[in-house]
Write a protein that binds this ligand. Structure first.
Ligand SMILES: NC(=O)c1ccc[n+]([C@@H]2O[C@H](COP(=O)([O-])OP(=O)(O)OC[C@H]3O[C@@H](n4cnc5c(N)ncnc54)[C@H](OP(=O)(O)O)[C@@H]3O)[C@@H](O)[C@H]2O)c1
Length: 286
């Protein structure tokens, strides 16, 4: 198992692979941060990839951009995918599956309609555009080979150490959007479990899966729930047309295709996930 870009999500997936008895190698610029169980190798994926173990069976690309700029996105996702594929080709390695961690940012605002794998990708921002390019590169370069490419389009990850909404509610900064919109979320542990499931399941995976929980909740529903759990006042509603209306748009992403493969989330909705976080469960991997 090779995990290229082995941060919080990659490490959680790697530890799960290791617990299942697989040998796991993690590529990143600070491999010393990886826990025992994952063998770290230095790599700057935006530049080059070192000699890889010759028995690579599964590759997971879970690199994240250093900054929210188009240049950083291109370096991480596009150059990252290209350099991993080049390294595999250079050594004539043909892993069974390569899973690229993508994002639901590849879909445009659907006005609250259901979005799934059959929805065309029409990203409106550079982030989604670069991810689509990276996915297409992976699909093009693996066509006609023995490698199955998989793009896992994750919703917004929350989990240990990712407490932005909790902090906003606690500090009274949270605002319920004036224009109701849905938030598509996935707990970090379920995202890692999806990676393990799709790369190790017996049946051949399809090319694309939407990785979200079972319930696209309205942002107001999430904020009100957190306020009640924390014993904080209910957040006020924002003034119409303000910053809270300028978010990533409104879409309701469906995990039906992933569910149809037999995957079951441990945190089917934000309620189970946030209750676990508020109980202090889990750690964010450095
Ligand atoms: N956050 C979200 O809500 C969200 C939503 C959808 C999808 N995603 C995707 O989820 C994935 C994982 O996110 P995460 O939370 O695990 O991020 P993370 O903790 O920041 O991990 C990403 C890792 O990539 C490594 N990396 C970055 N640039 C690199 C480079 N040039 N060469 C080698 N390694 C590099 C970093 O390690 P070093 O610094 O040691 O190199 C870092 O540990 C990403 O693909 C992200 O796009 C996230």
């Amino acid at each position: 198992m090779l995990i290229a870009g082995c941060g919080d999500l990659g490490t959680e997936a790697g530890l799960r692979f290791a617990a299942a008895g697989h040998e796991v190698v993690g590529l990143r610029r600070s491999p010393e941060k990886l826990p025992s169980g994952i063998r770290g190798l230095y790599a700057d994926l935006s530049k080059d990839v070192p000699e890889l173990p010759t028995d690579v069976d599964i590759v997971v690309i879970a690199v994240a951009a250093d900054a929210s700029t188009e240049g950083a996105y291109r370096a991480a996702y596009l150059d990252g995918v290209k350099n991993v594929l080049d390294a595999l080709e250079r050594q004539a390695l043909e892993p069974r599956r390569i899973l690229f961690v993508s994002s639901t940012a590849v879909y445009k605002d659907s006005g609250g309609a259901v979005v799934d794998e059959s929805t065309p990708t029409e990203p409106t921002r550079f982030s989604g555009k670069v991810l689509v390019e990276a996915e297409e590169l992976l699909f093009a370069r693996t066509r006609g080979t023995g490698t199955r490419p998989v793009s896992l389009r994750l919703g917004g990850i929350y989990g240990p150490g990712r407490t932005r909404l909790i902090d906003q509610v606690k500090t009274g900064q949270a605002l319920i959007p004036a224009q109701p919109r849905h938030t598509n979320r996935v707990h970090r542990d379920d995202a890692a479990a999806m990676i393990v499931h799709l790369t190790t399941m017996d049946q051949d995976p399809g090319p694309v899966y939407v990785g979200v929980d079972d319930h696209a909740a309205e942002m107001g529903e999430v904020l009100r729930f957190l306020a009640a759990e924390l014993g904080c006042p209910e957040p006020p509603t924002a003034a119409p047309g303000g910053a809270s209306d300028a978010g990533p748009g409104d879409k309701r992403c469906s995990n039906a295709r992933l569910r149809a493969t037999g995957f079951e989330p441990s945190f089917p909705t934000f309620k189970e996930g946030y209750r676990a976080l508020l109980a202090g469960e889990g750690v964010r991997h450095p």
